[in-house]
Write a protein that binds this ligand. Structure first.
Ligand SMILES: [Zn+2]
Length: 143
């Protein structure tokens, strides 16, 4: 399968990467045309259909999906490790203090850290609730 076809308008445009990315994301042709016709004048549905004959959308999308899955797996492992560390810190703190405001402080700091982490990574599924459950479950046992 030849990814570059010199007869293809999209391939010749120098913007094939952008078209490919949108095809992989499953964007409708109308959206691809709207976004790229200023770079590829006269871009039509027929051009995209023709480009798809030599650009393997599905295998490329599978590759992309697998990459995202790997990244997602790593992120989940990171979160679990983070939660474990926070819990261990809370445990240690509970051992040396009976002041409930100390637990509150570490909880607030952990929640801040978690929020920041998710703001940075742009994740919408913020597991702060999960973190609070872990910490408050510990609080109940201690009290
Ligand atoms: Zn092409």
């Amino acid at each position: 399968m030849n990814l570059y076809n010199p007869k293809c308008k999209i391939c010749r445009s120098g913007h094939a990467d952008k078209v490919n990315q949108m095809l992989i994301e499953g964007r409708p042709y109308s959206e691809i045309i709207a976004k790229l016709e200023k770079h590829i004048p006269g871009l039509s549905k027929a051009n995209i259909t023709n480009h798809k004959r030599h650009f393997p959308v599905v295998p490329e999308a599978v590759k992309e999906f697998q990459k995202q899955l790997e990244e997602g797996k790593r992120k989940v492992i990171d979160d679990l490790e983070f939660l474990e560390k926070v819990k261990a810190k809370a445990d240690a703190l509970l051992d040396i203090t009976s002041d409930p405001s100390d637990l509150q402080k570490i909880t607030a700091a952990a929640v801040q850290a978690m929020k920041l982490k998710y703001e940075i990574s742009g994740d919408v599924n913020n597991p702060v609730k999960e973190l609070l459950e872990v910490l408050y479950a510990e609080d109940e046992e201690a009290g």
